[in-house]
Design a protein around this ligand. Sequence first.
Ligand code: HDE
Length: 753
Amino acid sequence: DLKQLAKETFDRIVNGLASADEPPIPGAPGPEPVSLDEPTEPREPLPPKRDQSAPATRTATGVETGAPVSARAQKETYLTTSSGVRLRDTDHSLKAGERGPTLLQDHHLREKITHFDHERIPERVVHARGAGAHGVFVGYGTADPVCRAAFLREGAETPTFVRFSTVLGSRGSADTVRDTRGFATKFYTDDGNFDLVGNNIPVFFIQDGIKFPDVIHAGKPHPDREIPQAQSAHDTFWDFVSLHTEAQHHTMWNMSDRGIPRSYRMMEGFGVHTFRVENAAGETSLVKFHWKPQLGVHSVTWEEAQLISGVDPDFHRRDLYDAIEAGAYPAWELGLQVFPDNPEQMFEGIDLLDPTKMVPEELAPVQPVGLMVLTANPTNFFAEVEQIAFHVGHLVPGIDATDDPLVQARLFSYVDTQLTRLGGPNFNQLPVNRPHTEVNDMLRDGFHQHAVHAGVAPYRPNSLDGGCPFHAGADVDGSFEHLAVRVAEGTKVRAQPASYDDHFSQARLFWLSMSGVEQEHIVRAYTFELGKCYEQVIKERQLQCLANIDPVLCEEVATGLGLPVPAPTIALVDPEPSPALSQVGEAWPPDGRTVGIVVDPDGDLSDVEDVRTAVLAAGMVPLVIAPHGGTVGEGITVQRTFATARSVEFDVLLVAGCPVPAPDALPLRDAKAGAADATELDPRVVLLIEECFRHAKVIGAWDDGGAALDAAGCSGGLGIVRGDDGAAVLAQVQEEMALHRVWDRFGGDPVSS
Ligand code: HDE
């Protein structure tokens, strides 16, 4: 029972030890002084953690041993050197006398420091900042008519590992910056690994991989001062995208709410390129891969994104980890858009090999072919999330790449970068990268070789190893061959087809498909980003691009920048909008949302425990917010204090009381003088309510909570639910939060409609 498991895990993780019989009294002296001595007995049992996802009984090269091969280190009681010698002391270096110099012969000191000196590996040149989790994919069998890949067959279960990421920032940068998000999945299939290395945006900045260093150099911090970190709001980025206008479509997605997701759990994923697939009868089709999140597609507001970057830079990482730990497993359906494999590789006038174009779902519906659920956090971040190595060329029988010039360059790039990043050619032997199937290659030696190859003939043909390994012929199940399609003929050229010349029409399609409030966000995003540029000429050139996308968009941004509105240089055509592109308007279940519950320890707490239980039962995460930590009332655990809580952490706010200012809300001297005004609401609760209101969140209040809303100046309006009974308020709140935000609260004219 997942819900029960979720509750138990939540109680263990979030509530910690707070279920003790006698709740501690805040501020009271403790019974016994706490010992500062270091523990001398082993702590049994060791905290439970799953093993790294290495195949249970196979060695690095897939040799079946019949016995468990554990990738888990650090599990015994006593400290050893790396060569397994037990150590009596790791706290003092070996010296010539207590006050004398350290001796060179201290091997343990040198081993310890040397290893530490080399703990860091180069971060990814792009997508350095990320988070990951283990999962399982189950095929529906619905892909059979177009694709024979075994992992898509009905009921086939395949372990997966997913890494989400931002693109531009360094490894320690904030999660909620405006950027594209990576969505890379490794399927450990029975036919070997299949990597779907995608993004949360279905199009890319460039049509040809040879431009990748250009777009990334433009987006990364300026080379002289190395600022700004993880931002596109600077001159070099806008310089490039306004000159290299094929980037305009992707840039439009970045400026939309897609650039600031609420959670990795609430993002779509896209394979971006068109792939070629083959069915059992040998017929090929062209497809685009889509991931559809079961929690819907949601975003934070730009103000929230900026606040979170300071308040909790690990917001998305924490969100993913907490959700999985609490048993609220995020899930995505994998879907295919299917197109006939015609020689032109075009569909409805859209060039399927041009990665700056997508195909509206209204023209080619996304057909679900399987479900992925993320069920386990990494055991060790470095070993798994940092060392995972994806490759677009990791394909399995039934799936192949196309001639899209972007994917062609990617086929080269990934191993190349990993050779440096992971220090040699054997990184596929790392636990997280190992296939869960047998590996029988003729690759040998190299840095960090972990396998002990037993044969003597790593070449073909041979007779010494009995002729092994043999080719797997066409009759052998699960053997891979590139699909034998005809290659376009032509002369060698550095050029691209005329169908790649249209850089603006799909950016316009996207803009016209947005709801009013989404358009408003896009206008504000462009105005913010260009407002951060110094060079006038860059702003003017980008306005020209906007004029070629939409006159209203251009005018609004120009007004914000205080610049003239240029006329378009191309004829604007009105495409049929694609409602599927909009995030707003669809109702979603409340699962996985975070609910803040403000309580007043001195007020009526009778409903709080029931509301908390009901929130949890609905698949959401309740976090009780009180003036102090520990417990309130009869053992209600406090997860956030007024000092640690900030509105941006919650999707919904419930206010169950009207807490007066706690001493730490005021300058110490006033508190000492007893200056707290008992009738006043704690200013941090005022801020909580105000921000939730401004960010269009649903707010519920009962009992004295109503007075708190009044005191914060947010008494009523759309999405404000007030009542006498906590359960009834929560029920209505749940209905109202189906749309994620209450945008109608602010009325007003949308930018264009
Ligand atoms: Fe990547 N990309 N990329 N990329 N990419 C990398 O590989 C590259 C592109 C994507 O979580 C690197 O191991 C080139 C498109 C993701 O580990 C590197 C081109 C899409 C990740 C690389 C592209 C992506 C990467 C850096 C243009 C969406 C993170 C570290 C030809 C479909 C994977 C690494 C992870 C990572 C190169 C374009 C997605 C340098 C040359 C288009 C999600 O090899």
